[in-house]
Design a protein around this ligand. Structure first.
Ligand SMILES: [Zn+2]
Length: 317
């Protein structure tokens, strides 16, 4: 029977819900009624309800939530979707500061493709003028590609895990939140092992995890319209004046220096054949060296702001 929503989380932010043990055993198909370990499947040991995400790092959890990296209904560190049932041996390796035991989906490509499709959906919404919707991530029932455990330490593989590995029993069955498991594994991928011993994260898996994290780190999509506005804002107000009429250029404080090199020749020529009045001379004095150089290179122009009246007369003659 599917747990009722009120059974999934507790009143406390990080405490497991009431009867969590029972729900976790049913969810992950563990031995009933006493339980077994989700990773090593061992029976008869002491068991713990383990947090997938660090239970004391509320700020990190809220950061994941705000980025949409957890299902929207996972609102606390005590939610059943971010808990897992482990034996005391696995729990010790799982809960160390740098996790030595992690669970990673076998099909990471599924999450990469989900994120890319979801980003396109958010972009499409933004492009029709709507605020970009929040990211969605696969929920526990969206992914059925299976999981495997990885041992991440330069120490020898503990004998009980060694036996599992030799028996090719590295698979894990769980219906915990897959992205919570991936985020947990992310804590471990930054530590290169000297002796991966065949049970560390392979180069391919590490590359896929990094690719997924890079996709997750992208800023929210913006509409094409907003993108144009942002570009204009970033390049400064002077660029907004590209389409202004020539008379606008005489406004006090109008910035002309940076645009000189970008003007089309006919527009530049039209402006520069005007009379050399006082405001233009002031403008010339304000020009940067770049502006002066651009004038010197434009040999096809008849007049320029640096020309004296005598020079103009000479050219006219
Ligand atoms: Zn175990």
């Amino acid at each position: 029977m599917t747990p009722k929503p009120e059974d999934l989380t507790s009143g406390s932010f990080s405490s497991p819900p009431r009867d969590a043990k029972h729900h976790l055993m049913k969810r992950d198909g563990l031995s009933m009624p006493w339980g077994s370990c989700t990773i090593c499947q061992d029976e008869g040991l002491q068991y713990y309800i383990a947090h997938i995400l660090p239970r004391h790092d509320r700020e990190r959890f809220i950061g994941y939530q705000n980025a949409g990296l957890l299902p929207a209904d996972v609102t606390s560190l005590g939610h059943l979707d971010v808990l897992i049932y482990l034996c005391s041996n696995c729990h010790g390796l799982w809960d160390s500061d740098d996790p030595r035991l992690v669970i990673i989906p076998k099909n990471i490509e599924f999450f990469i493709q989900w994120e890319e499709a979801d980003y396109r959906r958010r972009e499409a919404e933004a492009n029709v003028g709507n605020p970009p919707p929040q990211r969605t991530v696969p929920r526990r029932d969206d992914y059925d590609g299976g999981y495997a455990w990885y041992y991440l330490s330069d120490r020898r593989l503990p004998s009980y895990l060694q036996m599992l590995a030799q028996a090719n029993r590295c698979n894990v069955d769980t219906k915990a939140s897959p992205t919570a498991l991936i985020l947990k594994a992310g804590k471990a991928i930054g530590f290169p092992l000297r002796q991966p011993d065949g049970h560390g994260i392979s180069h391919d898996v590490r590359a896929q995890l990094c690719q997924l994290f890079n996709l997750w780190e992208r800023p929210p999509p913006m509409s094409e319209h907003a993108s144009i506005l942002t570009t204009e804002t970033q390049t400064g107000p002077s660029d907004l004046k590209k389409d202004r009429s020539p008379t606008d250029d005489d406004e006090p404080g109008g910035s002309k220096i940076g645009r000189r090199g970008e003007e089309n020749p006919s527009e530049g020529k039209r402006r520069r054949t005007g009379s050399q009045n006082a405001s233009q001379q002031d403008e010339a004095e304000d020009d940067s060296l770049r502006g002066v150089e651009s004038w010197e290179k434009e040999q096809d122009f008849l007049f320029g702001p640096h020309m004296t009246a005598a020079k103009i007369m000479e050219r006219l003659g």
